[in-house]
Design a protein around this ligand. Structure first.
Ligand code: F6P
Length: 216
């Protein structure tokens, strides 16, 4: 079966201050997670059609995901599949993808939830009453994110090799809900904790899931 590994970036400087969005780097705790993830990835071997293949590695374009990827080796391995498609050498070189960037909070980017509640109380309430459809002023909604992730989800469905995504809370909620077959309304509330790797194996009747905590 196909394998997807999902992880949020390690704890960022903004995470430690309760701020949303931004483009901060990792905290010391986040760096420790990155190191552990590098070690963990080395020990992970996926076999496709009898061949060991490294996972494709996708990050967002934001610093915190790239820094989280920095200790993951990128070996090059030739893999040939009998599916009639031409496959190149597979490289585990990180690929930064803009559609994996976190849900953009527009005018609220860089604020804490408390600050948003104080400065934009109506916005705060509106988001609580419909988190899926709510669009931040000059920013995005979860519905917007669902649309921009659609091509990527389709690409994931077509890819034979395992894929590791180092992403963000909002983004991974949507991808997780998509592959687990959850209702859209539930997607914005899915729990995707920091410091965990989620392994998903989609199959004909659903999706098998395993969670590994690498740092507590
Ligand atoms: O706090 C981390 C974060 O990734 C923010 O950047 C983002 O706005 C938020 O999570 C998304 O979670 P929620 O939709 O629950 O606010």
């Amino acid at each position: 079966p196909r394998t997807f590994f999902f992880t949020r970036h390690g704890q960022s400087e903004y995470n430690t201050r309760g701020k949303i969005g931004g483009d901060s780097g990792l905290s010391p705790n986040g760096m420790e997670y990155a190191r552990r993830l590098g070690k963990w990835a080395k020990e992970r071997v996926c076999v496709v059609d009898g061949k060991e293949v490294p996972a494709r590695l996708w990050t967002s374009t934001l610093r915190r995901t790239k820094e989280t990827a920095q200790f993951i080796d990128h070996p090059t391995i030739e893999a040939k599949f009998d599916d009639g498609f031409q496959h190149d050498w597979i490289q585990m070189r990180p690929m930064a993808r803009r559609n994996l960037d976190e849900l953009y909070a527009g005018s609220c980017d860089g604020m804490t939830y408390k600050e948003i509640e104080d400065v934009f109380p109506e916005e705060f309430k509106a988001r609580q009453s419909d988190k899926l459809a709510y669009r931040y002023p000059r920013g995005e909604s979860y519905m917007d994110v669902i649309l921009r992730l659609e091509p990527l989800a389709h690409e994931m469905e077509r890819t034979r090799e395992p894929i590791m995504i180092i992403g963000h809370q909002g983004i991974l909620r949507i991808l997780y809900a998509y592959f687990m077959g959850l209702k859209r309304e539930d997607a914005p509330y899915v729990s995707i904790p920091l410091n965990h790797v989620l392994k998903l194996n989609p199959h004909a009747y659903g999706c098998k899931e395993e969670r590994t905590c690498l740092l507590s």
